[in-house]
Design a protein around this ligand. Structure first.
Ligand code: ASP
Length: 330
């Protein structure tokens, strides 16, 4: 059924990257003791009907547990997405992916591709071998979104909800409905293959994305950006230790994202160390560790904030910004 390119049909290309959706456990009763990234993407599509008028094509881009996601896989995935999106008969793409870093990959792809056509990431909380796996329904829903003429941009489809790459977060360790869009809410629901749209599809301007795409493709080494959390009795010593080893390391830290409390506040010890790092040339960004809301700017803030971006997404934004600065583009 994969690779059935039929004349006159539009295509949806399904790119496999691994995850629990492609996971295998020793017994059907085991929903947690499985190995992720075992079943090929062609096999995942067996038994899932293509939407009417759509031909499916499958490509295995990677086969990993997404907790181990790497820049090399992100680069290859973005390149394959760009390749397929350029085909006029390709309506959209589906990417099968683990849930753990799904929101990071979604935000990364939106940042470097800003696609007009839909790129739909989907996943599963139960392995393919489960008694009642959730993967096949998620793939079916993702195909419905990827082939819809209304859908745009990078979205995540899970448990019948469509989340934008900007807003989506994994919020549950076990429930099938593991993703949430916070204050923004989902973009749409998928009901029996039909979309019920709730708000505008996520878009971002094409030009910074095009530059970021070229920069990340050709960068020999992506900028190292670390995330540190502010909490009770936080210390500045981790930042000071990172700064102290800068000269002797092949991969010096170029950016810090501080997972800040509430409206972007930091423990005074961490803030003092972050200001020292910033004065020494390290890019520092505050992102809130709250799961909802955004940082409202305060005029006196000495460290920039990441607005509504979560710490993991702020890290991607800062990496791409640093690539751009180093290339003389900003
Ligand atoms: N560890 C798995 C992964 O992210 C979890 C999952 O897919 O649900 O690949």
């Amino acid at each position: 059924m994969a690779d059935n390119i039929s004349e006159g049909k539009r295509r949806v290309v399904v790119l496999g990257t691994g995850g629990t959706i492609a996971g295998r456990a020793a017994t059907a009763a085991d929903n947690v003791g499985y190995i992720a990234g075992q079943v090929g993407v062609t096999e995942l599509l067996e038994g899932v009907a293509a939407p009417t008028g759509i031909a499916l094509q499958a490509e295995q881009v990677a086969q990993v547990d997404s907790k181990d996601m790497s820049f090399a896989i992100w680069r290859r995935l973005a390149e394959r997405c760009a390749h397929w999106l350029a085909h006029a008969d390709v309506a959209g793409l589906v990417v099968t992916h683990g849930t753990d870093t799904l929101e990071e990959t979604a935000f990364f792809l939106q940042s470097v591709l800003a696609p007009v056509k839909p790129i739909v990431l989907t996943s599963a909380m139960r392995p393919a071998t489960a008694l009642t796996p959730d993967g096949p329904q998620n793939v079916r829903d993702a195909l419905a979104v990827a082939s819809s003429p209304h859908a745009q941009g990078v979205v995540v489809v899970c448990a019948g909800a469509v989340h934008s790459a900007f807003d989506v977060q994994k919020v549950h360790t076990y429930r099938l409905d593991a993703f949430d869009s916070g204050d923004a809410g989902p973009v749409a629901y998928v009901e029996e293959g039909a979309l019920r749209e709730l708000r505008r599809w996520p878009v971002s301007p094409p030009e910074p994305a095009r530059l970021c795409f070229e920069l990340m493709r050709h960068a020999v080494q992506w900028p190292r950006v670390e995330i540190l959390m502010s909490h009770a009795e936080a210390r500045g010593s981790i930042i000071d230790a990172l700064m102290a080893q800068q000269a002797g390391t092949a991969e010096p830290v170029q950016g810090l994202v501080l997972a800040a409390t509430g409206n972007g506040t930091l423990h005074e010890a961490l803030e003092a160390a972050a200001l020292r790092a910033q004065a020494a040339g390290i890019a520092v960004l505050r992102a809130t560790r709250c799961v909802q809301g955004r940082i409202l700017p305060t005029p006196s803030a000495a460290l920039r904030d990441a607005g509504a971006l979560t710490p993991v997404k702020a890290r991607i934004a800062l990496m791409l910004e640093l690539m751009s600065i180093q290339a003389g583009g900003a």
